[in-house]
Design a protein around this ligand. Sequence first.
Ligand code: HEC
Ligand code: HEC
Length: 263
Amino acid sequence: MARTSRKANRRHPLATVVLIAIGLAFTGGGYALFSSTATADTNVAASQATVEEGSKLFAANCATCHGMNLQGTEAGPSLLGVGAASVDFQVGTGRMPLAMQGPQAMEKPVQFTEEQTQALSAYVASLSPGPAVPTDSEVAEDGNATNGGELFRINCAMCHNVAGAGGALTEGKFAPELTGVESKYIYEAMLTGPQNMPVFNDHNITPEDKRDIITYLKYLQNNPSPGGFELGNLGPVAEGLFIWIFGIGAVVALTVWLTAKSN
Ligand code: HEC
Ligand code: HEC
């Protein structure tokens, strides 16, 4: 305690720098606040016409499996409470409408236009509320990649691999590769937890943390390997072990060669 107060009284040479940094953070924060409220406004509520179009599309393409009132059937789960985010994710990535039964819905060429997908989402959300499609500012790729990387290693790497390269799960299921996935779908996957993936709601991982994870994944995508050999991105321990074994091996070989030569 006494130590910190003594420190505080002394004017540190970096004080000016810190002051400027605080000033910049405030201006930046103010700007972020302003721009996020601006984009929220453009996210207008779905109109009645959109919901009606969605209702028709749903009846023709989805109701056989999910039921006309979203109650579900033998062929598909209930969609009550899944929200617009889940529909946008499933239809937008081409997983739905499901083509064939299997361990996991596969990604296929997307069958609906963006407008139709929006209509389907609006229809499902109109019958039963659930997580909404994230706004543009929520999925911006300008978060903190370091924090995102840490969260990713704790929450996602066990299924998706530390480098987001994907991995096999049990019963023929798999966690897909995450590079090349649109930010919006990364956010929606966390929010809705497709298949075996857990739901990461806003209490588990806050919207800011989600944005940090997205930023990290986009960083990985743009900087696949920061240098050196790529050893499947096994991490510093395995890569260190590689150097250790081959490095020591080379030293041993050299020693043997030298002794053999001197004899
Ligand atoms: C042939 C049957 C079938 C059709 C047609 C179909 N689905 Fe599905 N749907 C399923 C099955 C089975 C699952 C669960 C499998 C999975 O998640 O891998 C599912 C999962 C979903 C989910 C995820 C639910 C959740 O818990 O988050 C959504 C959303 C969804 N479907 C929407 C749609 C929409 C919208 C359409 C029409 C464009 C559609 N589905 C067409 C069978 C179907
Ligand atoms: C228990 C394993 C598991 C964990 C943990 C997990 N996921 Fe997943 N994830 C999956 C599976 C399985 C799928 C495929 C679902 C499907 O195809 O229906 C998936 C799908 C996704 C997708 C969609 C990819 C695509 O190609 O459309 C994204 C994005 C994603 N996960 C991100 C994350 C993030 C970010 C985390 C951590 C916050 C995470 N996942 C944690 C298992 C997991």
